[in-house]
Design a protein around this ligand. Structure first.
Ligand code: ADP
Ligand code: MG
Length: 612
């Protein structure tokens, strides 16, 4: 006797529902996607009790005639693909022909639909997959699908549902995704008889995000610079400025051909794009749209179509990274703009009490720090009790008066303060925060974070050019590494050398180290190398040599930048600010912490009640 049987149709649908219909939010996803595919201009979603008792999606799309309305409830019935060729290049959100029969098999289901010019529409009632009623229905053109008592006939599945609140939030998140992915469609969401949001159709993504999340978020976003990208990949959308981050991924959205997608390729690309612009463990805010040839992306890899497979993941990744880099760097212009307008003139403070904290005692010998002198680092780097680096000779306008930055282009040490930079240093708060004035108002600079950024970019530049200068060790050291680490070092040896680490193989798993970057003061080179390898191997598994170097610099500069509390002299502070403003990403340190906070005149006026 044969033991194999074909499953009855309804049971097969329930099995399929196991993959597609996990919770009310997945019902909403499938129904809204169908509405979008049907060309709807407005989609209304109504839920009750987290969607467990009711989900209703109403659209004004193309509707269906009676035959189609019956057919759409059959398994593998779809209007969206016909041949396997179509499957290779999907242009619609749906294509599996599984959602409606699956949902109908695990709920009490009602479909009413009417084509635009039809005199009458159709109403179909289904319970647990069995069609109970088919009749004329008189609703407005479009389609309305009502799903009641989800999983009423599958108590085991029902038990997996979370609280009504959680399910509600999942539905809302799903609707946010769809609404952001399709700003030209109006969305209404009604939860337990209350309007949760009503989003008018718009042609601007910015407006849609403002309607959903408020203008405060929108002000923190940058428009992705459109540009010709490799492999006909278009990247657009809005992304958070450097340093704008969240502790969860809920606002890290990427749409691939209009579909919200989660993929390790995309996550890694965002992380890399925001490298040194985000704090550790934080996620960027992105509303990023990736548009590429449908044939270059396989959407048929996940039943709920949440994931995709890229034919050429490397080019997708590259395009995203480049788009983010360019966008973040563009923002620098806006920042610099704030330092370009002249600061209103003010009386210079009296000689005797200006900036006491940042003036060093005159009797200290101002010997240049050998290591950094060689680097020609433009910002002072020193650790007490080592003497600070070279001091700038006294200036033409005299020792006594604080020079105003808008005066003229002038020499400060080896660099020149660009005439375009306009700021006035007021003083240093708590030996850490530099207070300055620019045309916009008050600026607070974290001198430690600022210095990290300056140093980081300086070293990175050096690494890219000739390599970081290194200093011979008095005694070269040999040390052993476990096979995995040894293999890693061998693979990355050229990069390590460029970073000023003189390391070479010295036996099977033994290495010799005979020089280290000049800016490091390391007592135990072997221990240092182990630390570097540990830190870098996990951070830079598959990434480039350059990225490896950046990570290493980011990890080491921190310890060598000006400590919070290091008193700096006026000129040093000014130099630091000047250099910071010239950086590629001046507004955050290499770990993504902010370097500057601007408090505008308007904000101050509000705080002091001068302005409503
Ligand atoms: P798929 O979307 O993968 O084609 P579904 O089961 O979700 O499969 O839907 C089956 C078919 O029903 C669709 O191909 C479409 O032709 C039709 N359909 C579903 N929802 C709507 C709708 N809201 N408006 C018009 N037609 C719809
Ligand atoms: Mg569908």
């Amino acid at each position: 006797m044969s033991r194999i049987q074909l499953l009855p149709e309804i049971l097969a649908s329930q099995v399929a529902a196991g993959e597609v219909v996990e919770r009310p939010a997945s019902v909403v996803k499938e129904l809204v996607e169908n509405s979008l595919d049907a060309g709807a201009r407005k989609i209304e979603t109504i839920i009750r009790r987290g969607g467990i008792s009711l989900v209703r999606v109403v659209d004004d799309g193309c509707g269906m005639d009676r035959d189609d309305a019956l057919l759409c409830l059959e398994r593998h019935a779809t209007s969206k693909i016909r041949t396997s060729g179509d499957l290779a290049a999907i242009h619609t959100l749906g294509f599996r022909g599984e959602a409606l029969p699956s949902i109908a098999s695990v709920s009490r289901f009602r479909l009413t639909t009417r084509e635009t010019d039809a005199v009458a529409g159709t109403e179909i009632l289904v319970a647990g997959g069995r069609i109970e009623t088919v009749r004329d229905g008189g609703e407005a053109p479009g389609t309305q699908i009502e799903v009641r008592s989800l999983f009423y006939n599958l108590p085991a599945r029902r038990k997996f549902l979370r609280s009504e609140n959680t399910e509600s939030r999942n539905v809302e998140h799903q609707l946010h995704l769809q609404a952001i992915g399709h700003p030209h469609v109006a969305f209404v969401f009604i939860r337990d008889d209350r309007v949760a949001f009503h989003l008018p159709a718009t042609s601007a993504l910015r407006d849609r995000i403002r309607d959903l999340h408020g203008s405060e978020l929108v002000e923190q976003l940058l428009e992705v610079k459109p540009g010709p990208r490799a492999a006909k990949i278009e990247i657009s959308g809005l992304i958070g400025k450097a340093g704008v981050s969240r502790s969860t991924r809920t606002q890290q959205l990427v749409f691939v051909n209009g579909r919200a997608i989660e993929s390790p390729v995309l996550t890694a690309a965002l992380r890399e794009g925001y490298h040194t612009a985000l704090m550790k463990g934080q996620f960027p805010v992105t509303f990023l749209f990736v548009q590429l040839d449908p044939a270059a992306v396989d959407v048929n890899v996940h039943p709920a179509k949440r994931e995709v497979r890229f034919r050429d993941p490397a080019s997708v990744r590259e395009a995203i990274v480049a788009a983010i880099h360019e966008t973040l760097e563009q923002d620098r212009g806006a920042w610099q703009e704030q330092f370009r307008a002249p600061v209103p003139p003010a009386e210079p403070p009296p000689v005797s009490n200006h900036l006491p904290e940042i003036t060093r005692a005159p009797q200290q010998t101002d010997l240049p720090h050998p290591g950094f002198d060689e680097f020609q680092l433009r910002a002072p780097v020193f650790e007490s009790p080592v003497a600070p680096p070279a001091v700038i000779p006294s200036r033409a306008n005299g020792e006594g008066s604080l020079p105003r930055s808008e005066d003229h282009t002038r020499n400060v040490g080896s660099s020149v303060v660009p005439e375009s930079q306009q700021f006035q240093i007021i003083g240093v708060l708590n030996r850490l925060y530099v207070l300055m004035e620019n045309a916009n108002g008050l600026v607070l600079v974290d001198q430690h974070a600022a210095h990290e950024r300056v140093l980081f970019e300086e070293l990175r530049r050096r690494m890219e050019e000739k390599g970081v200068p290194s200093q011979r060790l008095l005694l070269p050291q040999t040390f052993d590494l476990p096979p995995r680490d040894a293999e890693w070092v061998e693979r990355n040896i050229a990069t390590l050398q460029k970073m000023g680490i003189g390391i070479e193989p010295f036996g099977a798993q033994t290495f010799k180290i005979d020089s280290l970057p000049t800016f490091l003061e390391i007592a135990d080179p072997a221990a240092f190398m182990r630390e570097v390898i540990d830190g870098l191997r996990s951070a830079s598994n598959s990434t480039s040599a350059l990225r490896l170097g950046e990570d290493m610099i980011a990890k080491t500069v921190c310890r060598h930048a000006v400590k919070a509390n290091d008193p700096l002299r006026y000129l040093e502070v000014e130099k630091l600010i000047t250099d910071l403003l010239e950086c590629e990403l001046p507004y955050c340190c290499p770990h993504g912490r902010p370097t500057m906070i601007q408090i505008s005149h308007t904000e101050l006026e509000k705080k002091f009640g001068r302005k409503a």
